[in-house]
Write a new protein. Structure first.
Lengths: 301, 260
């Protein structure tokens, strides 16, 4: 019994997230007072997540699948502690580190060295640990002498490399990967995938969101599907990916299997194109999401 | 309802105190990084403004006061700490929105680090005050040790106001402009470069906690004991604003991410 409890690293129980959408955004005091007096402060409820429950055991690599607007990002934000769920419980045992895209969160004026300490501190690590891992981070990022240059002069690849190095060298218990495994040049991408696979061996838990089913198959051992904010499926990755392809993407894609990767030179390319456009529409949808989230919750004022 | 789990809050603070240190350090470092004179500006700025204010207002003053620059500096240093720290704290949540949206960090760390870095910079500029005291022969007495009280109160007040403003600024973008106007009113009612007794409407000073803190700070510098009434008023304002600030911030902090 105790063994089972200690294995559970993340528990999501009946989590729901309600957003209050306002028809027009009010972000200044003047408009707020006017609308308040005219009694025009109306909200519309919108549930981005509803009654989502699942548990993740230590060492699980959970893929989160779902169409645009299914609530994947909201779920990850709640798990990371950035958003607070409107209802339900969340239990996390251990350190969660989100892998941010392209070194978001660096201070542009700070040098690489200073940013390592700052970023480490933001992730909640003590100074001693950062110091201990410092050389490893610099080495892995391959920045060399550029580590003493302000980050604003870095290329986006350099920033991504530094961010990846800091997040992974510290060896968190839970790593959140939100569509970020495609950074840097081919060489670094290989290296970073190798690093992630190494971390799997050490028993790291991964939450992975991607629109590339291939990637999910390669990395995860378990998957869940979200649809319009509710959890519709939960199980082994192969099963769930198949289900997802059949139900959500359509039959024609279900034919491409991962094992024939090398021979099918043309097909993966077209598939990549397909996922690319998918990713693009997703970002557009996410922008919309942002506007939506901005719009809401002036309630209780 | 506002629930503050003190035990957990303290544990969390301990975990993130290194971040507080790093952010405070960053604010100080970056403020002077690109400037040629660097940290010397913390000394030059009060010297220059005091010279200007002395030249402008010494003629208007009725009393012939050889220590006028010390008088100005005592008020000016405290006021500029208050205005700078609250302004920075107000913007801190919004300017760190990129981080707040991605990684969990106790959010009060951002306004708090801004207040602390401003405080440290202000303490460095106190060197100018000591220099001026020697030049204008305002020699310190034993009462100078009392100065720690007004200096502590202004820190509490700034922190409280900083938390209130940071919260409001997330929801209302025009807070910045409103606060600029409020700061101007605070400055003119703080008796920085005039005698409070020369003002007809004395009631106006009751609305200004900064004025009462400055009075007591001057008492310490000029070798008088603390004014109990001013002490009471400034302490009441300071702790009330801190309490309101903490409650407001805790109540609203989960909503920040939806508005930044």
């Amino acid at each position: 019994m105790e063994d089972i409890v200690s294995k559970e690293i993340l528990k999501v129980e009946n989590v729901g997230m309600r957003f209050n959408l306002m028809e027009k955004k009010v972000d200044n005091f003047k408009e707020y007072v006017i609308k308040f007096i005219k009694n025009e402060l109306r909200y519309q409820e919108f549930w981005a997540l509803k009654d989502v429950s699942f548990t993740v055991n230590k060492g699980d690599r959970l893929g989160i699948l779902g169409l645009n607007g299914a609530g994947k990002s909201t779920l990850l934000k709640i798990i990371a502690g950035v958003l607070k769920a409107s209802e339900g419980n969340l239990t996390v045992k251990g350190k969660i580190v989100p892998l941010l895209e392209l070194g978001a969160g660096f201070d542009r004026q700070y040098t690489g060295v200073e940013n390592i300490y700052l970023y480490g501190a933001v992730l909640g690590y003590p100074k001693e640990l950062i110091k201990e891992k410092f050389n490893e981070i610099v080495e892995f990022s391959e920045l060399g002498d550029f580590i003493h240059v302000p980050v604003k002069n870095y290329s986006s690849g350099m920033k991504a490399r530094l961010g990846f190095s800091i997040a992974t060298v510290m060896e968190p218990e839970i790593l959140i990967l939100d569509e970020v495994l495609s950074v840097g040049d081919a060489k670094f991408r290989k290296k970073s995938e190798k690093r992630i696979l190494e971390m799997f061996d050490k028993g790291i838990t991964v939450l992975f969101v991607s629109h590339s089913i291939e990637q999910v198959r390669r990395i995860c051992n378990r998957a869940i599907i979200l649809d319009k904010g509710t959890l519709v499926a939960d199980g082994p990755v192969e099963e769930i990916c198949k289900l997802y392809e059949e139900k959500f993407i359509g039959a024609e894609k279900a034919s491409s299997k991962p094992k024939k990767k090398k021979k099918k030179k043309k097909k993966p390319a077209t598939e990549e194109n397909a996922t690319n456009t998918e990713a693009k529409t997703d970002t557009a949808a996410e922008d919309k999401d942002k506007i939506v989230t901005k719009n809401e919750t002036e309630e209780e004022k | 309802m506002v629930e503050i789990n003190l035990d957990r809050a303290i544990k969390n603070f301990k975990k993130y105190r290194y971040l507080l240190f790093e952010l405070t350090k960053k604010n100080i470092k970056l403020k002077y990084r690109r400037s040629y004179l660097g940290i010397l500006w913390t000394l030059l700025e009060p010297i220059l403004t005091t010279i200007v204010l002395t030249l402008v207002f010494i003629g208007i003053r009725k009393k012939n006061d050889a220590t006028f620059p010390v008088y100005i500096l005592t008020g000016r240093l405290l006021y500029s700490f208050f205005s700078q720290s609250t302004k920075q704290a107000m913007k801190s949540i919004r300017s760190n929105s990129g981080m707040i949206k991605k990684v969990y960090v106790p959010k009060y760390i951002y306004p708090l680090s801004n207040i602390l870095s401003s405080y440290i910079i202000s303490m460095i500029s106190m060197i100018v005050l000591f220099g001026a005291m020697i030049i204008f022969k305002v020699y310190p007495t034993v009462y100078i040790f009392n100065a720690i009280i007004p200096l502590f109160l202004i820190l509490v007040l700034s922190l409280g106001m900083g938390l209130i403003l940071a919260t409001l600024a997330v929801f209302f973008r025009d807070m910045e402009y409103l606060w600029d106007v409020a700061l101007m009113m605070i400055m003119y009612t703080s008796a920085i470069f005039y005698d409070a007794s020369s003002v007809g409407a004395q009631w106006i000073f009751y609305f200004n906690p900064i004025y009462h803190i400055i009075i007591n700070f001057r008492n310490c510098i000029y070798g008088h004991s603390l004014d109990p009434q001013a002490l009471f008023i400034s302490a009441a304002y300071s702790f009330a604003s801190l309490l309101i600030g903490i409650l407001l911030f805790y109540k609203k902090q989960d909503k920040f991410i939806l508005n930044i």
